[in-house]
Design a protein around this ligand. Structure first.
Ligand code: A3P
Length: 279
């Protein structure tokens, strides 16, 4: 088969860019058929905000909390489900872990009806951009870009899953929803133990301090990077790159930093989420 050009690696669906190979249009039709459950454990994040970190944490919380120590092999990303995976998901026992990068307005309606709890993880936009830049340049299903053009694409929302700011504004409307827990990458880096405790309580599990400590230890960046061949195969080292706050300082020019500050202020200053991101 002819190799895809860099341009063909993304395509537009309902106005937003998605990876052509991972999220073909057929997957969005499948999503229309998914049946949500009240006890689904949902994870939402814009790309590169710590999604895989939280998948690891949630799987461990679920294993301890339900007593079923066989961690689910089900890949959690909803928009990656084709017809076969959808069948696996429908046949999976509760609670199921379901994740998505979709903007909340594009999450299938069935989830609005059943209203399961959702953990949303956010990260400051500068580090998110840096992480996304490296990811696009090391993941063959995404288009490689030099730094300056990736910066421009990110700022205008011309990246897979669309604009960071649109995504953040959409979740900002649900900050007071008791079914939604918003946590930031920076908070988790500062105090993972209390993050793990907060997440497990939110989803209704009552774990002991020893269980919380064990999950925290196994969810550090180094621990997860070491076991990444198991969890992510040969993409492991790509998903667990550096795991730090502030790497943007090694990439942004002063002008780019200022442009991001202005965009952040324009979209998010004075919002609850903007304050939480403490930017
Ligand atoms: P960096 O590229 O800055 O290293 P996602 O899973 O949403 O794609 O996010 C990936 C980012 O989360 C990467 O950021 C990755 O290193 C970081 N990450 C993954 N696991 C982590 C952990 N246990 N602790 C801190 N950061 C982690």
């Amino acid at each position: 088969a002819k190799a895809m050009t860099e341009e063909e690696k993304l395509y537009r669906f309902n106005g937003v860019l998605y990876p052509t190979l991972m999220c073909p249009e057929e997957n969005f039709k499948c999503l229309d058929n998914i049946k949500a459950r009240e006890d689904d454990i949902m994870l939402a994040a814009y790309p590169k905000c710590g999604f895989n970190w939280m998948v690891g944490v949630l799987k461990k919380i679920m294993a301890e909390g339900t007593g079923n120590k066989n961690e689910s092999k089900m890949p959690p990303m909803m928009e990656f489900f084709g017809p076969e995976l959808l069948k696996v998901v429908e046949g999976s026992p509760s609670p199921r872990l379901l994740g998505t990068h979709l903007c909340p307005d594009n999450i299938p309606k069935t989830f609005k009806e059943k209203n399961p709890k959702i953990l949303v993880v956010f990260r400051n936009p500068k580090d998110t951009l840096v992480s996304y830049f490296h990811f696009c340049n090391s993941n063959p299903v995404l288009p490689s870009k030099p730094w300056d053009s990736f910066f421009t694409d990110f700022m205008s929302g011309n990246v897979a899953w669309g604009s960071y700011f649109d995504y953040a504004l959409a979740w900002d409307k649900r900050m007071d929803d008791p079914q939604v827990l918003v946590i930031t990458y920076e908070e988790l880096k500062q105090d993972l133990t209390s993050g793990v405790r907060q997440i497990s309580t939110f989803f209704g599990f009552s774990l002991t301090d020893a269980q919380i400590q064990q999950i925290t230890g196994a969810s550090s960046f180094n621990a997860m990077k070491e076991s990444s061949a198991n969890s992510h195969g040969n993409m492991g080292q790509v998903f667990f790159r550096k795991g730090e706050v502030g790497d943007w300082k090694n990439h942004f020019t002063p002008e780019q930093s200022q442009e991001m500050d202005e965009a952040f202020n324009k979209h998010l200053a004075g919002t609850k989420l903007g304050d939480k991101l403490n930017y």
